[in-house]
Write a protein that binds this ligand. Sequence first.
Ligand code: 5GP
Length: 147
Amino acid sequence: MGVKTNRTAWRSLMAILKSAVVLLYLRLTGGPRMMTDNIFKKIIDRQIPAKIIHEDDQCLAFHDIHPQAPTHVLIIPKKVIRTHADIAAEDQMLLGHLHLVAQTLAMQLGLTAGYRLVLNCQEQAGQTVPHLHLHLLGGRPMGWPPG
Ligand code: 5GP
């Protein structure tokens, strides 16, 4: 066996070990997997349909496909920001805008008794779509702590 063959075998072994570590990590952390595909960007670009209830130059809001409450709307920036951990100082106005839109929609949707805003950041917190989004939930009593 030459040096080249040894190096190839070593690289393969390292790749297998790396995959095993990643799989073990995912198994131990348990949470849902984050999609590799940004499905929300496709909704922004109208490549896939959604029940859109608000659009302006900065954001889009639409009904969640698997609602967790009688009202479950997602508010997303048009700018692609992968997670909350990626926001920067330049996003301050945008984030405030998302909250004002959430408040307006909550009133328009009749959530006068209250509503909950949820933002899952990264896999362990339950984020599955790699595009920052606010969940606007309402229409039923909600427990605490959240799951
Ligand atoms: P996350 O788990 O990332 O905080 O929230 C992602 C949300 O997007 C989930 O509540 C899920 O039901 C919703 N969702 C995933 N794919 C689609 C889709 O194609 N259309 C719509 N309207 N909602 C989606």
